[in-house]
Design a protein around this ligand. Structure first.
Ligand SMILES: Cc1cc2nc3c(=O)[nH]c(=O)nc-3n(C[C@H](O)[C@H](O)[C@H](O)COP(=O)(O)OP(=O)(O)OC[C@H]3O[C@@H](n4cnc5c(N)ncnc54)[C@H](O)[C@@H]3O)c2cc1C
Length: 322
């Protein structure tokens, strides 16, 4: 069985930053990633543009050169992939961590392919695997998706987009421009305030001119094969519908965290318990890194402000070893 100073669960930008920092500090490590390199980014919409400028997405001060100030998904894939390959980071791809058990001062890790031991664990599993469901009848129909990829798919179709944040607004605009008939179902009274500042006026203008029909203070009641029922302040509206994109956000895998023994706050935020000075959780030797630290507050942490977790964690691991 292979033994490491640290096993990093998740090969997203922050897991990779942790691996890179471990390598720099002479800490033996393995990153285990259940998909390809930066799996979440790989699954983002193909035309997605980050709200951060490229230097804010850099790890370990390695320059991230992009065509425009705000990079696109494919440029980010290029950047993080090159970091992994040119630094020959020790990463196992398409391998899923199933269980982590602590025995005295070490952890045993079981994946779908192998078993390992490690003195420390970093959990950097992000939040993109589990969507916030609408919990309405018809959500399980094949025409409903919580992930948006390519606008071409929706051309000449009646598309309902649920949500008011960046993902929903990007999808609504792109699909409208590729010939979809778009309805936007927004829970609150307006388009989200966190929508990218250069995109928000665009969607508001498209709504005001009637190109995209928006329903405010509205929610989905039911989805059927050919329709969607929308509850509005003026009563239920029935819309003809071919596809639904329910882009209402994502959440961390709390079940996985709880199985690891990580305490979560009892309120709706479900914040994991960790020491911000070291990023060590309530389980000694088990660290948290990246966007997972925000619990249900998935807008609190992003690459920009969580890349710092990597040096903090590796310093703590090194200090303990010395
Ligand atoms: C549409 C969108 C746009 C965004 N734009 C920006 C932006 O402009 N700027 C910014 O700073 N942030 C942005 N974010 C937020 C942030 O970029 C991402 O959430 C980022 O991917 C977080 O990095 P991470 O490494 O913490 O998590 P992730 O990138 O989600 O990585 C977690 C990894 O863990 C893997 N994993 C999960 N469970 C297991 C398991 N059991 N075993 C093995 N592997 C596992 C996953 O496959 C995944 O690759 C955006 C997020 C979204 C959804």
């Amino acid at each position: 069985m292979q033994d490491f100073d640290v096993i990093i669960i998740g090969g997203g930008p922050i897991g990779i930053a942790c691996g890179l920092e471990a390598k720099k500090q002479g800490v033996s490590f393995l990153i285990i990633e259940k998909g390809p390199i930066v799996n979440s980014l790989f699954n983002y919409p193909i035309n997605m543009q980050f709200f951060s400028s490229s230097e804010k997405l850099e790890i370990d001060d390695i320059p991230f050169i992009s065509k425009e100030a705000k990079p696109k998904r494919n440029e980010a894939l290029e950047y993080y992939r090159r970091i992994v390959t040119s630094n020959q980071l020790n990463i196992h791809l398409f391998e899923k961590v199933m269980e982590v058990k602590k025995n005295n001062n070490s952890f045993s890790i079981t994946t779908n392919k192998n078993q390992y031991t490690a003195k420390n664990i970093v959990v950097a599993t992000g939040f993109y695997d589990l969507p916030n469901n609408l919990n309405v009848p018809g959500e399980d129909l094949p025409k409903v998706s919580h992930y948006y990829k390519d606008p071409h798919f929706y051309a000449s179709q009646k598309l309902a987009v649920v949500g008011a944040s960046n993902s929903a607004i990007d999808a609504a605009l792109e699909c409208y421009r590729k010939g979809a008939e778009v309805s936007l179902i927004i829970r609150g009274p307006e388009v989200g305030q966190r929508v990218k500042y250069w995109v928000r006026p665009d969607i508001i203008n498209r709504i005001n001119e009637g190109s995209i029909k928006a329903y405010y203070n509205a929610s989905v009641e039911e989805i059927t094969l050919a329709e969607i029922l929308v509850k509005t302040p003026d009563g239920t509206v029935t819309l003809k519908n071919d596809f639904v994109l329910a882009l209402t956000g994502y959440m961390p895998n709390f079940e996985f965290l709880e199985k690891l023994g990580i305490e979560l706050s009892q309120d709706e935020k479900r914040l994991p318990n960790y020491n911000p000075d070291t990023m060590e959780s309530n389980i000694g030797g088990l660290y948290l890194a990246g966007v997972i630290c925000g619990g249900m507050e998935t807008h609190k942490w992003f690459i920009e402000n969580s890349r710092i977790h990597a040096p903090i964690i590796m310093k703590s691991i090194k200090d303990k070893r010395n």
